[in-house]
Ligand binder design. Structure first.
Ligand code: GLA
Length: 429
């Protein structure tokens, strides 16, 4: 099957949550994929404690990831004690999140962690659930605690809240999430609001206009699909779900302040090969997806770090136009993605869908973008190619290649074939 879409510069059609947050997809680190619910002592140095989270924040600084935009440090499920206090407050285990004395005042463990991250110029994210318990059965908002918990999150100077949807009635989620949005809007602190309700609506993932509008108006981001698992086939399943045309409702829903969230990056956690890590990062850039690292930054490899630090891929992800990329051409073996960028540019990504042992040839004529000539910048090799009227790229073991295309007035003249640019198998990170 071969089909083509006419590339349109897509502008989002919605109102954002209007908290001026996430004007580009948020970037940072999230505890879940690596540290899960490691609450018992047996986890030793991998136990979910404030020291562990502080160390991750310190590593973000040490590697200069914060300067590239990775600023949110997010705690996921299992941070609190199993039970609330007698007066219904959320509390933490003193052993995992010890209080700290400062100037004769005792500061609770969560506030101390929040202060530490803020002192490093980072942001602090937490996790809760609209249902009667979190997915790991820890205290959640439920019907009784929304206002008091929000007050507590504000007192802890929380910058971001991932709100899960376990143990809630699926048909009631839209109401629960939109009501919570109203509560958040009333707070004195602006909190980035990450919703999960499309991920739980397995029948349609909220792919109807009224749900999409509710998501755009009420959430800064939303998880559309099931949890990413520690393997490449899970990433592929997510990519397949994201493979939509330019006028698809999910593609159009993304924009500054409101993003589709395909879940965390697996980069650095040892379950993907180097090309797979490189491919996930490039695809998440095309998706305008939140970039949440979820590996143990104490033992990340140089190669994974280099992938996460690729400024040119990050620039595609963070492009100010905020358009989500879409599938422009596809067949059984290949996909060509386009993402409209600011200043009339495009990012193009050539993806092999199945077997990486067979080399695939992709061709993109400038006329497909309505141009005569373009100049391509290889964001992995960090090389600008001469202007041409056709880009031919061979992709193999690397799974994807990505370029930023700028309209060019003239193509190179001279020797025959100069207008047709061929890029052989690449190797750049
Ligand atoms: C759900 C979410 C995950 C994670 C876990 C925690 O499965 O989708 O991202 O937060 O809950 O229990």
């Amino acid at each position: 099957m071969f089909y083509k879409y006419i590339p349109l510069a897509l502008l989002s059609e919605s109102l954002a949550l209007e908290n001026d947050l996430a004007l580009t997809p948020p970037m940072g680190w999230l505890s879940w994929q690596t540290f899960q619910c490691n609450v018992e002592r047996k986890w030793k140095q991998n136990r979910l404690t404030s020291d562990l989270i502080k160390t991750m924040g310190d590593k973000i600084k040490q590697f200069g990831l914060d300067e590239l935009g990775y600023r949110y440090v997010n705690l996921d499920d299992c941070w609190s004690s199993v039970k609330r206090t007698a007066n219904g407050r959320l509390t933490v285990d003193e052993e995992r999140f010890p209080s700290v004395e400062k100037g004769g005042v005792l500061i609770d463990g969560v506030k101390a962690l929040s202060d530490h991250l803020h002192s490093k110029g980072l942001k602090f994210g937490m996790y809760t659930d609209v249902g009667t318990a979190t997915c790991q059965r820890y205290p959640s908002l439920g019907p009784n605690f929304t206002n008091s918990d929000m007050e507590q999150f504000v007192n802890w100077d929380v910058d971001s809240l991932k709100v899960d949807g376990c143990n809630a009635d699926i048909s009631d989620m839209r109401r629960l999430y939109t009501e919570l949005s109203s509560v958040l809007k009333k707070q004195t602190r602006k909190i980035l609001y990450s919703c999960s309700w499309p991920a739980y609506q397995e029948s349609d993932h909220c792919e109807n206009p009224s749900d999409m509008k509710a998501l755009q108006d009420n959430c800064n981001l939303w998880r559309n699909y099931g949890d990413v698992q520690n393997d490449w086939s899970s990433v592929q399943a997510i990519v397949d779900f994201w493979a939509r045309g330019p006028s698809d409702i999910m593609v159009k829903a993304a924009g500054p302040g409101h993003w589709n969230d395909p879940d965390m990056l697996l980069i650095g956690n040892g379950f993907l090969t180097r090309p797979q890590e490189r491919a996930q990062f490039a695809l998440w850039a095309i998706f305008a997806a939140p970039l949440y690292i979820s590996c143990d930054l104490r033992d990340i490899s140089e190669i994974s770090l280099e992938i996460l630090k690729n400024r040119e891929v990050i620039a595609v992800n963070q492009d100010s136009l905020g358009s989500q990329g879409y599938v422009f051409q596809s067949d059984d073996e290949t996909r060509t993605w386009l993402r409209p960028l600011s200043e009339g540019r495009f990012a193009v990504l050539f993806q092999i869908r199945k077997s990486y042992l067979k080399i695939q040839r992709f061709e993109l004529p400038a006329s497909d973008l309505g141009w005569t000539c373009f100049q391509a910048r290889d964001v992995h090799k960090h090389k600008t190619l001469p202007p041409s009227n056709t880009l031919e790229v061979r992709v193999g073991y690397n799974i994807v290649e990505m370029f930023v295309l700028t309209k060019s007035e003239r193509c190179d003249s001279g020797s025959s074939g100069a207008n047709h640019l061929t890029v052989e198998l690449g190797s750049g990170l």
